[in-house]
Design a binder for this molecule. Structure first.
Ligand SMILES: [Zn+2]
Length: 89
C-alpha cells in the first residue's frame, strides 16, 4: 500500500509529463503555422509545382513544392480546397 505522500508524488509526475506533452503539441502547432501557405517560390516568386509528398507530410496537411525556374524545393501548407496556383501580380 502506498502512503499518501507517494501517491501525491506519482500524481505530480503524471501532471508534469502531461504538461510537457501539451507544451510539445503547442510547439508543433506553432511550427506548422510558420510553414508558408503560398504557392509561389520564396526566391523568385514564380508559381511552384506540387511534388509527390510522403504520407507523413500529407497527414499533417503539408506538401512538397518545386520551382521550375530556379530549382527551389521546399514544404508548404496545403490550401483548404485542393491545390491552387497563384500567379504573381
Ligand atoms: Zn524559384
Amino acid at each position: 500500500m502506498q502512503s499518501p505522500e507517494e501517491s501525491a508524488d506519482v500524481l505530480t509526475a503524471i501532471l508534469l509529463f502531461a504538461l510537457d506533452g501539451f507544451r510539445l503539441l503547442l510547439l508543433l502547432f506553432a511550427a506548422w503555422f510558420i510553414v508558408p501557405r503560398h504557392r509561389n517560390c520564396p526566391q523568385c516568386a514564380e508559381p511552384t509545382e506540387h511534388l509527390e509528398t510522403a504520407r507523413a507530410l500529407r497527414w499533417i496537411l503539408l506538401e512538397k513544392r518545386w520551382c521550375l525556374k530556379c530549382g527551389w524545393t521546399g514544404v508548404a501548407r496545403k490550401p483548404p480546397g485542393g491545390t491552387v496556383v497563384e500567379r504573381p501580380p
